[in-house]
Design a protein around this ligand. Sequence first.
Ligand code: NAD
Ligand code: DAU
Length: 359
Amino acid sequence: MRTYLVTGGAGFIGSNYIHYMFKKYGEEIRIINLDKLTYAGNLENLKDVENLPNYTFVKADVCDSEAVNRIFEENDIQRVVHFAAESHVDRSIRNPDVFVKTNVLGTLTMLNAAKAAWELPDGSFRPDHKFLHVSTDEVYGSLEKEGEYFYETTPYDPHSPYSASKASSDFMVKAYIDTYGFPANITNCSNNYGPYQFPEKLIPLMINNALHGKSLPVYGDGKNVRDWLYVEDHCKGIDMVQEKGRLGQTYNIGGHNEKQNIEIVKLIIEIVAEKLPEGDPRKAAVNESLITYVTDRKGHDRRYAIAPDKIKAEVGWYPETMFAEGIRKTIEWYLDHAEWMKNVTSGDYQKYYEEMYKA
Ligand code: NAD
Ligand code: DAU
């Protein structure tokens, strides 16, 4: 039975990945989920797997080398999938320090622990032991010209403290690959959407605000472009890269699905209004009058778009979920999980929201 160490498994993509992996491999695998449970980590996301005999949760910080080393000493970890990170650009603009700690030093701690556990006396590594670092397309910067795409060869040009910290962590993984022959891959993915996403991010924030008749804050002119990918497709891509990708390589993962923010917001309004039942007083209130243009994000990248050619050619992955279908499934999920939303938006979220959107 192969054992996975998943970091950040209580967050948005990590929890979707754990569900995906148990659905795909069932009892063939064991998963240890290491998560600090920051504001973004929520064990409610894993309710339906928490009692599985092949699932273990460990509450720890990826920067805590003692805790991380202990997991490697007590288990034969064959796969590491490293999601844990501070992930929100707006928070990084307000408080960059924690981004450097978790994203850079945390990644270094994970690399050191895996290297110590997997390196053989001759400097080679135990066969079939692999590390996958989950990263972002934001490391490539912003595309200004139409028809341009991010490729694996695009030079890094991060702008926000978040993307700079992710770029630094990618470089550290690359350094371990180049210096020690460390068995790792890096994936750089575009914007994910789907169930369990914390409502500080565009899509769940707009769904939640629309459902509460609150204004929909669009940054700048609303014409910034993101390349949206359904989260389950990302999870599948990570697994395929780890099993079929060439070790040491970087793979970009993207949706081939560029949308302006304002298009997304208008679509959410349309679908939420349609899905609310007749007689629900919110139905009539969900309309475009809720859209409010607010001060732009500082250093706001204009456009991201990935050409997922390498991952398609080498591992056979491509985005499967059409946006029209994925966004409907996502909105339905949030409508069906009002209690989840209520729980994650109580307490600290209110404080964050008021501070962030006060202007
Ligand atoms: P998220 O913020 O929803 O979840 C992050 C998880 O990491 C949480 O469970 C949190 O508790 C945990 N965590 C944070 N700091 C930790 C620490 N010091 N020690 C241990 N655990 C800690 O993030 P997400 O959107 O699921 O993103 C996961 C990964 O994917 C990140 O590395 C992010 O950079 C990358 N990524 C995200 C997207 C996206 O669209 N969300 C796209 C591409 C890449
Ligand atoms: O590209 C991958 C990245 O996508 C990931 O690495 C990040 O972890 C993830 O958070 C995401 O970053 P973005 O900054 O692109 O996502 P966010 O949902 O914060 O914003 C998407 C776009 O919507 C962006 O152009 C800013 C805009 N926006 C966002 C919010 C929260 C608004 O207009 N209003 C808002 O209230």
